[in-house]
Ligand binder design. Structure first.
Ligand code: LMR
Length: 449
């Protein structure tokens, strides 16, 4: 049977080949050419696709991480990386936070063996994550109606959420903002969802088209999983006001949507507590929802893949059942999360002095990014930008959605060694006082010619 499939699958070539090798003309082939060492006809390797993967097309390079790799390979000394969402210091370095260094020292001295950890991750993390998300005195924490597992960064949490809602709960539709972080679409479509979208950006206004967006949410089928950016929207840097969140929540409840709140940048807009306002609002409403959170950015632990999935349910008993299901998802995917990042965060979480220091370090990162927003706008004015760039100071988090076209982004790379994402997103955290003038001149030049 597999032999027959082998002949027929590749279409026309298969047909020609099949007809030829089963005809008397096959005898005309030079001796040996018609047979391969395994006994099959050798010519098939010439005539038709033959391996398991020969019909598989290459996937496109990742639009964000792929640019980061191109930056690495660039040897020009003036190069600037404004692509991947990683905080960089004034010296252009990815920092190791002081609290992380201290935690690493303690971990090193403790000689903890590299044993398997629990499927749900470091046992100290759920309480810490829930406190960050809901606030210390939250009803959600008191009632124990939420469960949390350590995940492989925010991405891993989203994948667990997608699997839980699809495989266990039976959800089939998911809606993402336009634009969004591209991986939202990939994660949910690969997890088996049919994708829908809600408009999030009005190019002409450089703002959220709020009424239009609400209409898009209202038009979603009941039960659709809706992915919302809790703060520091990626890529636009535009967030809902408190009132707007109230209206979004109302539509979510009225339409019976299933919210997944993605909070990868907690601490990078107003502060750790302030940035969780949307999550606290949803918690107060008493609804069930999911939160993917990350320590990549606010602990600068990008490569350690450390984050959490939190599922807010209706009761402690329900949370326990859901936890058991999430653990099964994790077990089937990667068994249990790596220990290292979880151990580091747990050490900081367990020491009030380190916690306080961590908050200060997050504040310092946030402040530097904000300063760079103003520095960029000033430098753009000085460089003679043909377009007002003050919108940069009205956007939040690490990113600015510049409105640069793919061509302009390509020119920035080719002519100036400045790397940004093709959709026009730049990472403000890659700008510093040493490169801001250079960046502004390049930004101005690609707009003029
Ligand atoms: C980003 O958007 O640049 C980050 O979240 C990194 C990533 O995984 O894409």
């Amino acid at each position: 049977m597999s032999g027959v499939r082998h002949y027929l699958l590749p279409g026309a070539w298969g047909y020609i080949y099949f007809s030829y090798f089963n005809s008397p003309a096959a005898r005309l082939l030079p001796k040996g050419l018609g047979k391969d060492p395994a006994g099959g006809p050798r010519l098939r390797h010439i005539l038709m696709a033959d391996s398991l993967f020969s019909l598989v097309k290459a996937a496109p390079e990742d639009p964000i991480l792929g640019v980061g790799q191109q930056f690495k390979a660039d040897t020009r000394p003036q190069k600037v990386n404004l692509s991947v969402g990683m905080y960089q210091t004034e010296e252009g370095k990815i920092p190791v936070l002081k609290v992380v260094r201290e935690a690493e020292t303690r971990l090193f001295n403790s000689e903890i063996p590299h044993a398997y950890g629990p499927i749900s991750g470091n046992p100290a993390l759920p309480a810490f994550i829930q406190e960050l998300l809901f606030g210390k005195d939250s009803e959600v924490i008191r009632s124990k109606r939420a469960c949390t597992v350590q995940s492989l960064g925010g991405t891993g949490a989203l994948k667990l959420a997608a699997d839980l809602l699809h495989v266990v709960v039976g959800k089939t539709k998911a809606a993402t903002s336009v634009p969004t972080w591209g991986n939202h679409n990939t994660i949910f479509s690969q997890a088996g969802y049919e994708l829908a979208h809600y408009q999030y950006y009005d190019k002409a206004q450089g703002a959220i088209p709020f009424e239009h967006m609400l209409d898009d949410l209202r038009a979603l089928d009941t039960g659709t999983v809706v992915i919302l950016h809790a703060c520091c929207h990626n890529p636009t840097g535009l967030d809902f006001s408190a009132e707007q969140w109230g209206e979004v929540l109302k539509v979510v409840i009225d339409r019976g949507l299933v919210p997944v709140l993605d909070i990868a940048y907690q601490g990078f807009n107003q502060g750790l507590d302030e940035d969780a306002a949307a999550i606290r609002l949803f918690a107060k409403a008493g609804i069930s929802f999911l939160v993917s959170s990350s320590f990549s950015k606010n602990f600068s632990l990008y490569g350690e893949r450390i984050g959490g999935l939190t599922v807010v349910t209706q009761s402690e008993e329900e949370a326990k059942r859901i936890l058991s299901q999430v653990k099964q998802m994790a077990r089937a995917n990667y068994s249990n999360p790596p220990n290292y990042g979880g151990n580091l965060v747990a050490i900081v979480a367990g020491d009030p002095a380190l916690r306080a220091e961590w908050k200060e370090e997050v504040t310092a990162m946030r402040k530097r990014i904000r300063e760079m927003r103003f520095a960029l706008v000033k430098a753009m004015e000085e460089a003679g930008t043909p377009r007002d760039f003050s919108f940069v100071t009205r956007q939040n988090g690490m990113f600015s959605f510049t409105g640069f076209t793919p061509d302009q982004i390509e020119r920035l790379k080719k002519e100036y060694a400045i790397y940004a994402v093709g959709n026009g997103r730049i990472c403000i955290a890659g700008i510093n006082n040493h490169n801001v003038e250079y960046v502004a001149k390049a930004f101005t030049a690609v707009q003029k010619n």
